[in-house]
Design a protein around this ligand. Structure first.
Ligand SMILES: Nc1ncnc2c1ncn2[C@@H]1O[C@H](COP(=O)(O)OP(=O)(O)OP(=O)(O)O)[C@@H](O)[C@H]1O
Ligand SMILES: [Mg+2]
Length: 325
C-alpha cells in the first residue's frame, strides 16, 4: 500500500488539474512499491504512467500558448483547437458601438452567477460578420482573454468533410461539452456550412447539420459563450440570425481608426521622420486591420534587422501602398 500522503497528493493534484504534480505523485507511489520489493506492481504502475503521459501530451498550440484537451474528449481533437489567449479588448481598435456591445457581454459574463440566480442569462451568443481581417477571430480571443477562459475553435470544415455521416453527432458532442467546460466556442468561417451547399455535397445532409446547429444553439443554457463568425453572411440561412443574442458587423477601419491602429502596432518605437498620420491613413483607406498590422510588422522587422534606431516612415508608406494593389 502506498502511503496515505501520496494518495492524498494524487487526489489533490487531480482536483486542481495539476498534471505535473499528479504524475510526480504517481511516480512516487511506483517508487515506494519498488522499495518494498513489489517489483511487478512498480513496473505496472510505471508503464501505466508512461501511457497516460503520452496520451496527455497530445497538445494543441496557439501562438506559444498550449492547452490540453481533456482525455475524455480526445475524440474531439480533430474538430476542436484549444487556445488560452492572453489578449484583451484593449489590444483591439473597435468602433464605439462594437466596443460597448462587447464590454456589456464581458460585464454580464463576469457576473453570470448573479444573473442566473435571478433566472436571467448573460449575453452569450454572438454572430460576427465582416470582411477578412477586421477582427472577428481576434474578438473571440479577446473575450476569452478578458474572462480568463479558453477558446475552442470548432473546425466546421472538419465536421463537414471528414464526418459527413456523423456530423450531427459530432456537433452534439461539442454542444454537450459547453455546460461542463466553460469556454468561448468559436464557429469560425461559419459560412462553410452555406458554401458547401454548392460543392457537390448532399444538400439534404448540409441542411440537417444546419438544423441540428439551430436546435443545439437554441437549447443551450450553458455558461459558455458561442460565437459564429463569417465574411459571407449572404450564404447563411436566415433562420440563424435570430438564434443569436446579437449580430455584430465589423466594418473596414476608418481613417481615425487606421491612425490608432498604426500607433498601437508601433507603440514601442519611433519613426525616423516626422510622420503625417493623416496622410498615411488617407492612403491606407480600404485596407483591413490585418494588412495594416502586417505593414507595421514589416517596418518593425526592418528596423530590427538593419540595426537602425528608428522605424522607416517611407517603408511604411510603400508597404501600405503595395497592399492596396
Ligand atoms: N479590430 C482590430 N484591432 C486591431 N487589430 C486588428 C483588428 N482586427 C484585426 N486586427 C489584426 O488583424 C489580424 C487578423 O484579424 P482577425 O483574424 O481577427 O480577422 P478576421 O476578421 O477573423 O478575418 P477572417 O474573416 O479572414 O477570418 C489580427 O491578428 C490583428 O493583428
Ligand atoms: Mg477569422
Amino acid at each position: 500500500m502506498a502511503a496515505s500522503d501520496q494518495i492524498k497528493s494524487l487526489i489533490k493534484s487531480f482536483g486542481e488539474s495539476d498534471e505535473d504534480r499528479f504524475f510526480a505523485s504517481a511516480m512516487q507511489i511506483a517508487a515506494s512499491e519498488a522499495r518494498r520489493g513489489h517489483n511487478n506492481i512498480a513496473q505496472e504502475l510505471k508503464s501505466l504512467i508512461e501511457t497516460a503521459r503520452k496520451s496527455r501530451s497530445n497538445l494543441q498550440f496557439d501562438q506559444g500558448k498550449i492547452v490540453n484537451m481533456p482525455p475524455s474528449r480526445r475524440e474531439l481533437n480533430e474538430l476542436v483547437e484549444v487556445f488560452q489567449p492572453r489578449i484583451s479588448l484593449s489590444n483591439m481598435v473597435l468602433e464605439k458601438s462594437i466596443l460597448n456591445k462587447l464590454s456589456k457581454l464581458i460585464s454580464e459574463q463576469k457576473k453570470w452567477e448573479l444573473l442566473r440566480h435571478h433566472n436571467l442569462f448573460p449575453i452569450r451568443k454572438l454572430l460576427l460578420i465582416g470582411a477578412p481581417g477586421t477582427g472577428k477571430t481576434m474578438t473571440a480571443h479577446a473575450i476569452a482573454g478578458e474572462l480568463d477562459i479558453p477558446v475552442f475553435v470548432i473546425r466546421l470544415d472538419g465536421i463537414l468533410s471528414k464526418y459527413m455521416g456523423e456530423s450531427i453527432a459530432k456537433l452534439r458532442l461539442i454542444f454537450d461539452m459547453m455546460p461542463s467546460q466553460r469556454a468561448v466556442y468559436l464557429f469560425d468561417e461559419f459560412d462553410s456550412i452555406g458554401s458547401h451547399r454548392n460543392q457537390g455535397h448532399d444538400v439534404g445532409e448540409i441542411k440537417r447539420i444546419l438544423n441540428s446547429f439551430l436546435v443545439n444553439i437554441e437549447k443551450d443554457i450553458s455558461n459558455s459563450i458561442i460565437i459564429a463568425a463569417t465574411n459571407l453572411p449572404e450564404s447563411l440561412d436566415v433562420a440563424l440570425f435570430r438564434r443569436f443574442d446579437d449580430v455584430i458587423k465589423y466594418p473596414l477601419p476608418i481613417e481615425s481608426e487606421i491612425i490608432v491602429a498604426i500607433k498601437k502596432y508601433t507603440q514601442s518605437y519611433s519613426f525616423d521622420t516626422r510622420i503625417n498620420y493623416k496622410t498615411i491613413a488617407k492612403g491606407a483607406k480600404g485596407l483591413n486591420f490585418s494588412d495594416i498590422a502586417k505593414a507595421c510588422e514589416t517596418v518593425v522587422k526592418e528596423k530590427i534587422l538593419s540595426g537602425s534606431q528608428k522605424l522607416n516612415t517611407s517603408l511604411l508608406i510603400d508597404t501600405l501602398n503595395s497592399k492596396k494593389s
